[in-house]
Design a protein around this ligand. Structure first.
Ligand code: GLN
Length: 464
C-alpha cells in the first residue's frame, strides 16, 4: 500500500516504534533521496540517541519543529538568519520528552519563524505533502505534519500562533492539537507572536497526539505565562465518549461560499457525533468576521518586536572585518519576503499616530472575539467547524498572493486570539484529499475536544 493510500485509509501507517537506530537510517535514506519530502532540516545521528526503556514514550521517536530549541541539533526557524545556529539550552518541552523516554528524531521544516500557511516560506525550500507531492502540506508546522503523515514518526511537536498545528494536520490527514494558551511552556520556543504562540502536538491518531500533549503540558517556572493548573489525563479523555455532550455549530464558520463538499463532510461528522450520543445545536460567534484582520495586526505587531533581536549583533550576520558597507551587502536578504513584510506591517501598526487606530482597535476586537466564545461555552461544551475552508492546495498557488494565503487561517486564528484549545481530526476526503474537522473547547477544556475527536475517530474506524 502506498503512503497516500495508507494515510487516506487511516490505517496504522508505519509503526516505527522500537528500533530507533534502524528507523533513523530509514528516514535519512528516504529524505536524502530523490523522493525526499524535505520534511526535516536536521536528522539526529543514530549513535547519539540514548535508548530508553522507561517512561510513557520509551523508545518512541518524536520530531520537533525547528523553532524549538534543542541541544545537539541546530535550531534554524527555517531562516537563513539562524542557519547553523545551535542553542546553548533546551526547551522545557524537549526536556519533558526526554524524561518520558522519547527520542528526538530531528528538526522539521517550517515557514520562516512560523510565518505562513504552506511551509513554502522556508529558507530551505518547501516541504511536500506526502498524500500528494504536488500539494503543500500546510503550515507553518508543515514538516512535522508531513513527517507524521509519511510514517517517519508517529508523533511530532509543532507551534500554533494562528493555526500552524491544526491546518497542516488537516492537510496531511493527521491529528493536531493546540492547547489552551498557558497549558504548555513556551520556554525555548523561539517567539513569533508571544501572546498567541503555543506549542502543540501532532499524531497519527487522537490517542498519540493526546498522549504527547499530556507529557509536555504543565506549569514551568521558566515561563511566566504557563499556568499552575493540574493537567488531567488526556489519554483517558480519548475514550470518554460524547454521551450527553452538547456540540455547538457556529453559523459564521459555515458561510454560504463554503465548498458544498466540505460542508457535506462536516454534516456527516455532526451526524456521527449525534449517533454517538451528543446533542448538536447552532450557536453564533458574531465577531468572527473581524478575526483575520485582528490577527494580522496583532501577530505582525508582536513579530516586529520579537524579531528586532536579529539585528546582526546578537544573532545572524556579524559585522565583517571589511566594515559596514560589506555588512549591508551581507545582511540584505537574510529575512525572507514574508518576514520582511510582517516586520514592516507590524512596525506600521505600532507607529505613533496609527497605534490606536490599528493596534488598539485590534486589541478591543480580540476581547470581543474572546467574549463570543465565553458566551458560546455557557451554552455548549465544544464547537465543531471546518479546520480550513479547503483541503491542501497546489505548491506555488498562493505564494504571490499573501491575502489568499492569510485566508487559509480564517477558521483557526480565533482560537489563538481567545487563547482557547482547538484540534483538527480527519473526517474523510474531498476530491481524494484529506479534510479536517476542528473542535474548539473552553479554556482548559482540552479533555472535552479530545473526547469528541476520539468519538469521531472511532466512528470512522468502524467503517473500515
Ligand atoms: N498561518 C498563520 C500565519 O502565517 C499562522 C502561523 C502560525 O500559526 N505559526 O501567521
Amino acid at each position: 500500500m502506498s503512503i497516500r493510500d495508507e494515510v487516506l485509509s487511516g490505517s496504522e501507517i508505519l509503526d516505527v516504534r522500537g528500533s530507533a537506530v534502524l528507523s533513523l537510517d530509514h528516514i535519512k535514506e528516504l529524505e536524502g533521496g530523490q523522493e525526499s519530502l524535505n520534511a526535516f532540516l536536521a536528522i539526529a545521528d543514530p549513535e547519539e540517541l540514548e535508548p530508553y526503556d522507561r517512561g510513557p514514550l520509551a523508545g518512541v521517536m518524536v520530531a520537533l519543529k525547528d523553532n524549538i530549541c534543542t541541544k545537539g541539533l541546530p535550531t534554524t526557524c527555517g531562516s537563513s538568519m539562524l542557519k547553523g545556529y545551535r542553542s546553548p539550552y533546551e526547551a522545557t518541552v524537549v526536556k519533558k520528552l526526554r524524561r518520558a523516554g522519547g527520542l528526538i528524531a530531528g528538526k522539521t521544516n517550517l515557514d520562516e519563524f512560523g510565518m505562513g500557511s504552506s511551509t513554502e516560506n522556508s529558507a530551505f525550500g518547501p516541504t511536500l505533502n506526502p498524500v500528494d507531492r504536488s500539494l503543500v502540506p500546510g503550515g507553518s508546522s508543515g514538516g512535522s505534519a508531513a513527517a507524521v503523515a509519511a510514517g517517519y514518526v508517529r508523533v511530532a511537536l509543532g507551534s500554533d500562533t494562528g493555526g500552524s498545528v491544526r491546518q497542516p494536520a488537516a492537510f496531511c490527514g493527521v491529528v493536531g492539537i493546540k492547547p489552551t494558551y498557558g497549558r504548555v511552556s513556551r520556554y525555548g520556543l523561539i517567539a513569533f507572536a508571544s501572546s498567541l504562540d503555543q506549542i502543540g502536538t501532532i499524531g497519527a491518531t487522537v490517542l498519540e497526539a493526546s498522549l504527547l500533549l499530556e507529557i509536555v503540558s504543565g506549569y514551568d517556572a521558566r515561563d511566566s505565562t504557563s499556568a499552575q493548573k493540574p493537567v488531567p489525563s488526556y489519554k483517558d479523555a480519548v475514550v470518554e465518549g460524547v454521551e450527553g455532550m452538547v456540540i455547538g455549530i457556529p453559523t459564521e464558520y459555515f458561510p454560504e461560499q463554503l465548498d458544498p463538499s466540505v460542508r457535506a463532510l462536516l454534516d456527516e461528522a455532526c451526524e456521527r457525533l449525534i449517533d454517538a450520543g451528543a446533542e448538536v445545536r447552532p450557536v453564533s460567534l458574531p465577531h468572527t468576521e473581524f478575526a483575520i484582520p485582528c490577527y494580522y495586526v496583532l501577530a505582525t505587531a508582536e513579530a516586529s518586536s520579537n524579531l528586532a533581536r536579529y539585528d546582526g549583533v546578537r544573532f545572524g550576520v556579524r559585522v565583517p572585518a571589511e566594515g559596514l558597507e560589506r555588512m549591508y551587502e551581507a545582511t540584505r536578504g537574510n529575512f525572507g519576503t514574508e518576514v520582511k513584510r510582517r516586520i514592516m506591517l507590524g512596525t506600521y501598526v505600532l507607529s505613533s499616530g496609527y497605534y490606536d487606530a490599528y493596534y488598539g482597535t485590534a486589541q478591543r476586537t480580540r476581547a470581543s472575539i474572546a467574549h463570543d466564545f465565553k458566551a458560546a461555552f455557557s451554552e455548549v461544551d465544544v464547537l465543531l467547524t471546518p479546520t480550513s475552508p479547503t483541503p491542501a492546495f497546489p505548491l506555488g498557488e498562493r505564494v504571490l498572493d499573501p491575502v489568499a494565503m492569510y485566508l487559509s487561517d480564517i477558521f483557526t486564528v480565533t482560537a489563538n486570539l481567545a487563547g482557547i484549545p482547538g484540534l483538527s481530526v480527519p473526517i474523510g476526503t474531498v476530491g481524494g484529499l484529506p479534510l479536517g474537522a476542528q473542535l474548539l473547547g473552553p479554556w482548559w477544556g482540552e479533555n472535552h475536544i479530545i473526547a469528541a475527536a476520539g468519538a469521531l475517530e472511532a466512528s470512522y474506524k468502524e467503517d473500515t
